[in-house]
Write a protein that binds this ligand. Structure first.
Ligand code: ZOZ
Ligand code: NAD
Length: 711
């Protein structure tokens, strides 16, 4: 018997325990172990029922996602699959009961639906999250879930993929009983008692596959499928798998069970071999890979952060304070005067009120969070804080002053963080007596919502401070990505070329709305010019003004935004930028801007021409890739996947494309290079190919392979 699955007895109930930490994924050996258990207990006359339970902290979190790559690369899988396990559980003459704690996800929920009954702890969650990996459930989930939960809920769970609570699952009929207690022993005892009762029942145990009463009629289901299609079009624009999940659930309603299973298998394979699925799986593992920092091992000692202090209650400071409060960490927030402080606190309150209206938080939760935020116009309370985060204007002299003040007040060992989006952490740290405690915590706007936290390592930053920052990111519900200290760090450094190319294209005659449409169709929520209007064109203008070195003499610099700012067109906040905005923020193209662009082009000798959608897409997206490659070879990002995660979680890069570097892999670095060289021949300086891109193209390697070679 393998150690992955253990068979024991509790009186006359056989217990099959999956023991594959950390999440009991269905790795090779697990299906075999479960099948052995079914066979063994089936043949044992002293056993009257069977319980399947997960050892450790969870039931089964699904198929082993690492195995999918083996299927798509044509490697043969050995041994029985999950389908056989599920068939075995359902065919058992003795009642089978799944005992669920932690998560029953994907293949885990499917395994449980092969059982005759399911019991769970109140804190457990169940779901079919496969769609988030770009696939459909592959072990009958789309056929069994509608039979238990009804078509509408099955559609939502399969096409969107969010898990639901045990209480909701019980209401829907997925779970038969929520057992008393909160621990593993309570669950096992509850499941054994349930199984004992079930063994005393009349007749053969009930099979999910034979239940058709919740499948509805074509007339009843038609509006449900239409609604699901509309929901997916709105919430998952551009994604392939949600549509396939709807198709699979639809099959459950029109085909006999076995035929539906076959249809699901076809759709599963179609999805699994898609580029979208590879991209989403890359993102899943990437989100976890970024936690791994080669020279800061997992066991690096860290200080617990139990209290925080924020300087500046503007756009970012307010959102940062909310992030801390939401994680239950008390936070002091300081402004220059009472008026600015009141303004900042009002914004925080309004944001919370909106969350209550939208049902995201309860009133009680919000009141508890607000009680954790202490407004101040002095440094009172800062001496006790385990971390101080500075979020004042983007001005080096101001930040240096502030860090001098913090240095005098903060307790020894406190983390001193700056939310600067471009400035040198080393220069900021240089004014303190403890540069090893100084680090960048680059939140993204709105800071209480956006998941990304770029953690900027200075030359002298202590490893303990990095470890504390990474752990803190998780507590705040963020994805922390460690980056090096260069202008704009990783995200904004790449965003520069991205926005530059969008401007150049406009100056060369591409229509503004066409540029934005092409990037929207690529999968971004908004095009680059509309984003500029939203953020404020004055921000980029100020950065260019403050950093003349960004555009060395003799290089082409973007002229359009400077001209727009000079005309008072700062974007949405002034009612006009690249577009003109109505009172309701609706945007329309403005002939004045087109005239301005024609004038700029004429004066600068730029020939305006018709530009294809392909050129627009490649110039904007490949500028990210080329800069990303430079960042990698200069060592400011640890791996290409770190860049991808930054773009997916901080910049709205379409997840189903896996991030800019993974997108380059799917096109092929050699093809990307050829295009970059083409642009270089025409546009010069800004398109000099990054040496790493050339190296990969010459070697026929991808960025992912480069990551692996260095792991
Ligand atoms: O890990 C969280 C999670 O959400 N996991 C993924 C759940 C999921 O998507 N399940 C569906 C899988 S696909 C599927 O099941 C297809 C299907 O229908 C069957 C198809 C049959 C066809 C057969 C062909 C072979 C979870 C919520 C569970 C736990 O979160 P935590 O924050 O506590 O822990 P993490 O996320 O840090 O994870 C700890 C370590 O475990 C690794 N891992 C998690 N789920 C995995 C997995 N590895 C392989 N497969 C999984 N399903 C995770 O990468 C992490 O590893 P380290 O090395 O970074 O520590
Ligand atoms: P903001 O203008 O909205 O807020 C800055 C606040 O700092 C103001 O309310 C100001 O009164 C306050 N302040 C100035 N000096 C102070 C002092 N001595 N003590 C206390 N408060 C003081 O600016 P913001 O958008 O919140 O940006 C803050 C920082 O975050 C900047 O470094 C910026 O680059 C960075 N950042 C901004 C964004 C964004 O999208 N806005 C995103 C990431 C990072």
């Amino acid at each position: 018997m393998s150690d992955l699955v253990i068979h024991t007895r509790q009186g006359d109930v056989g217990v099959i325990t999956i023991n594959n930490p950390p999440v009991n994924a269905l790795s090779p050996g697990v299906p075999e172990g479960i099948l052995d258990g079914i066979e063994k207990f089936g043949a044992d006359d002293a056993v009257r029922a069977i319980v399947v339970i997960g050892g450790g902290r969870t039931f089964i979190a699904g198929a082993d996602i690492k195995e999918f790559g083996k299927i798509t690369s044509g490697q043969k899988r050995r041994g029985p699959g999950l389908q056989q396990v599920i068939a075995g559980l359902e065919a058992s003459a003795k009642p089978t009961v799944a005992a669920i704690h932690g998560n029953a996800l994907g293949g885990g929920l499917e395994t449980s639906m092969g059982c005759h009954y399911r019991v769970a702890l109140a804190a457990a969650k169940v779901g079919q999250p496969e769609v988030k990996l770009g696939i459909t459930p592959g072990a009958q989930g789309t056929q069994r879930l509608p039979r238990l939960a009804g078509v509408a809920k099955a559609l939502e769970m399969c096409a969107i993929g969010d898990p639901i609570s045990a209480a909701e699952a019980q209401k829907l009929g997925i779970i038969d009983r929520v057992v008393e207690g909160a621990g593993y022993d309570d669950l096992l005892a509850g499941a054994v008692a349930f199984a004992t009762d079930a063994a005393g029942g009349e007749g053969p145990p009930p099979r999910v596959s034979a239940r058709n009463e919740k499948l509805g009629t074509p007339e009843e289901n038609a509006p449900l499928f239409a609604a699901a299609g509309a929901m997916v079009a709105k919430k998952r624009r551009g994604y392939f798998a949600p549509l396939k999940n709807i198709e699979a659930v639809e099959a459950a309603t029109v085909l006999p069970f076995d035929e539906g299973v076959k249809k699901e298998a076809e759709l599963f394979r179609e999805c699994l071999f898609s580029t979208q699925s590879k991209a989403l799986i890359h993102a899943f593992f990437g989100e976890r890979t970024v936690r791994k920092i080669p020279d800061v091992p997992k066991d690096t000692p860290t200080r617990n952060i139990a209290s925080a202090a924020v300087i500046g209650a503007g756009t970012m400071g307010g959102g940062i304070a909310m992030s801390y409060a939401n994680a239950g960490i008390p936070v002091v927030i300081k402004e220059t005067d009472r008026e600015a402080l009141d303004r900042g606190m009002n914004v925080i309150r309004k944001n919370y009120e909106r969350s209550v209206r939208r049902g995201r938080f309860t009133q009680e939760f919000v009141e508890q969070r607000l009680a954790l935020i202490t407004p101040r116009t002095s440094y009172d309370g800062f001496a006790d804080a385990d971390i101080v985060i500075e979020a004042v204007f983007e001005d080096m002299d101001l930040k240096k002053n502030i860090f001098g003040e913090i240095d005098a007040i903060a307790k020894p060992g406190a983390v001193l963080a700056s939310n600067t989006s471009t400035l040198s952490i080393d220069e900021i740290a240089s004014v303190t007596s403890r540069p090893e405690q100084v680090i960048g915590h680059h939140f993204f706007s709105p800071a209480n919502v956006m998941r990304l936290l770029e953690i900027v390592r200075g030359e002298k930053t202590d490893k303990e401070v990095i470890a504390a920052s990474m752990a803190l990111a998780r507590r705040l519900g963020k994805i922390g990505v460690l980056v090096g200290n260069c202008h704009g760090f990783v995200g904004n450094r790449m965003f520069g070329p991205y926005r530059r190319e969008a401007q150049f294209l406009a100056e060369e005659g591409a229509k503004i709305s066409t540029i934005d449409r092409v990037i929207y169709e690529f999968g971004a929520a908004m095009g680059p010019l509309a984003v500029g209007d939203l953020a404020g064109l004055d921000i980029g203008w100020r950065v260019r003004k403050g950093n003349p070195g960004l555009f060395p003499a003799g290089t082409r610099r973007p002229l359009a935004e400077d001209a727009l700012v000079a005309a008072g067109r700062y974007g949405q906040k002034t009612g006009a930028g690249w577009y003109r905005y109505g009172a309701d923020r609706s945007r329309s193209e403005d002939p004045e801007v087109e005239a301005l662009l024609r004038k700029i082009a004429a004066e600068a000798g730029i020939a305006q021409r018709a530009i294809s959608d392909d050129e627009i897409r490649d110039r904007i997206v490949y500028s990210l890739i080329n800069e990303g490659a430079r960042i990698l070879e200069e060592g400011f990002a640890l791996r290409s996947v770190d860049i991808d995660i930054i773009y997916l979680y901080g910049y709205g890069f379409p997840p189903y494309r896996g991030g800019p570097m993974f997108y380059a892999d799917t096109i092929g670095p050699a093809k990307v290079l050829a295009r970059v060289e083409e642009f270089h021949a025409v546009h010069g300086h800004w398109w000099r190919p990054a040496p790493l891109l050339k190296e990969l193209a010459a070697a026929g390697k991808t960025f992912s392979e480069w990551d692996r070679a260095r792991a």
